[in-house]
Design a protein around this ligand. Structure first.
Ligand code: MG
Length: 405
């Protein structure tokens, strides 16, 4: 069997680079991103700042002592999350075998895709070009036969680097590197290993794997294998990733009241938004369907910014509905979020920047959780003459669709 090919894509100084991209006067300057205008703790910094010794977690006042011209930028989590989503979508198009590791990192397995791409370098440059074209941002890419080595490799040439570790050269890279350069080696693990005489990766050969697995379980075992270049962990895909989330409704045959049809769409949009929010998904492609006598007429609507907001979804439905002549007899409607993607969960490290509709939706969700669904709903839906049972949306497919969301 031929060797597996994993790559690890890591955006370079992600948040700080986005600040420099959006405010070009910051290019080439030491920039520190903090939580809000008055935040005192540095979340991340540009390479220029790092050259002065600025580190994540440092107080901005301490940072200014070693770098007097440090520019402080308040974080813009929404912008970072949107940028991240677009980048992950680009990567998803390169290979469906993807594990999104964090807001700015992902693993891709290219083993199967190489039949299409032929040359690994083509794929690597394609990824870099696509991300740069779309986002004007740079990334480092590590390539190897295991995930942990690919991650290790992406750290070697930063920024904008490409590093290939293969079966012939991995000892050169790994053997002399300090044990804590491996992902997952915390201070506790490190001191345990040091205590057993393991300082660099090649020292691990002296230590039986059982000592690590007895003390740290599976993580210990994995660290032992990583240090020996022997880690066979595959991608951990988001098993619960649904292909689509949707709602549909059968109407009284030949319904012509636009008031009633809008009401149904409002109800569908509310329900879909709630489901997306509850499962922490959002989407930027919605399939809106209207069934007339002749059959389904559907349209995929792509919006710029992924959403899970009720009003956004309802407005998409309305704009589609407006394309139909008044008095068109309608039999059924559907609203489906296609390829929903995880909202960025890391963003809760930032406290500000929630817009009002987001806060409102969150409050509604909390009330529904506590008092049952539809406890609070738009006035139009109080006397709900649209409340017939939901149907499965036509976009639904039995395979790959989870039932739990
Ligand atoms: Mg990074």
């Amino acid at each position: 069997m031929s060797e597996k090919i994993f790559i690890h894509v890591d955006m370079n100084a992600f948040f700080a680079s986005i600040e420099q991209r959006d405010y070009p006067k910051l290019l080439g300057k030491p920039v520190a991103v903090t939580n809000g205008e008055h935040g005192s703790c540095i979340i991340t910094s540009s390479y220029e700042a790092r050259a002065f010794g600025i580190k994540t977690g440092m107080r901005i006042s301490d940072g200014r002592k070693i770098c007097p011209y440090l520019v402080q930028r308040p974080s813009r989590p929404k912008v970072y999350a949107e940028t991240s989503t677009r980048i992950m979508n680009i990567l998803h198009n390169i290979s469906p075998d993807i594990q999104i590791y964090s807001v700015d990192e992902a693993f891709l397995e290219l083993t199967n895709c190489m039949k299409i791409y032929k040359e690994i370098n083509h794929v690597i440059y394609k990824i870099k070009d696509l991300i740069y074209e779309s986002e004007n941002l740079k990334c480092s890419i590590g390539i190897s036969f295991s995930k942990s080595l690919a991650k290790y490799a992406s750290k070697i040439n930063k920024p904008d680097g490409i590093t290939y570790i293969n079966k012939n050269n991995y000892h050169e890279y790994l053997d002399n590197s300090p044990i804590d350069t491996l992902c997952g080696v915390s201070t506790g693990v490190k001191s345990f290993l040091n205590h057993h005489g393991v300082y660099k990766c090649s020292d691990m050969k002296k230590l039986p794997i059982s000592i690590l697995s007895n003390r740290f379980g599976n993580i210990g075992k994995k660290i032992w294998l990583m240090a020996n270049g022997n880690d066979f962990e595959g991608l951990i895909p988001d098993l619960n990733h649904p292909k689509s989330l949707g709602h549909g409704k059968v109407l009284k045959p030949n319904t012509k009241s636009s008031y009633l049809i809008k009401k149904v769409f409002l109800r569908m949009s509310n329900k879909l938004a709630l489901r997306l929010r509850k499962s922490n998904y959002e989407s930027n492609i919605f399939l809106i369907g209207i069934k007339i006598k002749a059959g389904w007429i559907q349209k995929k609507v792509k919006i710029e910014k992924a959403t899970c907001n009720r009003n956004d979804i309802f407005n998409i439905c309305l704009s589609y509905l407006n394309l139909f002549e008044k008095n068109t007899g309608i039999y059924q409607v559907q609203v489906t979020a296609l390829n929903p993607l995880k909202k960025n969960t890391q963003m809760d490290i930032f406290s500000k920047d929630n817009d009002k509709s987001e806060v409102l939706d969150q409050a509604l969700e909390n009330i529904h959780d506590k008092f049952g669904p539809e406890t609070i709903k738009p006035a139009r839906l109080i006397s709900d003459d649209t409340d017939s049972p939901d149907v499965i949306a036509p976009a639904w497919r039995p395979s790959g669709h989870r039932k739990s969301v």
